[in-house]
Design a protein around this ligand. Structure first.
Ligand code: FES
Length: 171
């Protein structure tokens, strides 16, 4: 008539049994094994320690950045605008490469051409010197910010904060 009584009692008994077993186990360990309990612990902890150290070391030696162009495409005394990267790379004198933001400091247009020693914005006519990005003609009042590039052999690499498209080391 009371089918619930049986399962509930079974559960209670099982619970009491396991609790008693736990209590007994704890009690005997605590009393006798106070000095012997450290034995199982040291075997597990040293394995996690050394594995986290050496993994971060060698990864940082790879140069972070994006190959932008060959040096041969940058005219001496001029420059090339990379609209996608929003960067302009100039070569004021042979073998000397500079890079600047291609975003005009006046109102944010992308500069349009490099000509006669200046990087020109056609929106309102600002011009910036290829040697250092300084303003050659307003209305822009501030120079183009320099961008970080590295030249290795004949390749110009743009030093981005770290890109997301370098996932194919096997190719
Ligand atoms: Fe370049 Fe105005 S945005 S001159």
């Amino acid at each position: 008539m009371t089918p619930e009584a049986t399962p509930r009692r079974t559960v209670l008994l099982a619970g009491a049994g396991s609790a008693a077993a736990l209590a007994t186990g704890c009690g005997s360990d605590g009393d006798d094994g106070g000095s012997t309990s450290p034995t199982p612990d040291p075997t597990s902890s040293p394995t996690t320690g050394p594995t986290s150290g050496p993994t971060s070391g060698p990864a940082s030696s790879a140069p972070a950045g994006k190959a932008l162009a060959k040096t041969s495409v940058i005219p001496v005394g001029g420059g090339t605008i990379f609209k996608e990267e929003k960067v302009v790379v100039t070569q004021p004198t042979a073998g000397e490469f500079k890079a600047f933001s291609a975003i005009c400091t006046h109102q944010g247009c992308t500069v349009a051409k490099v000509e006669n020693g200046t990087i020109d914005c056609l929106c309102h006519g600002s011009k910036f010197r290829i040697a250092n990005g300084s303003v050659a003609r307003g209305p822009a009042a501030r120079p183009l910010p320099a961008e970080q590039i590295t030249v290795s052999g004949d390749t110009i690499t743009l030093a981005y904060p770290v890109a997301h498209d370098s996932e194919g080391p096997g190719a």
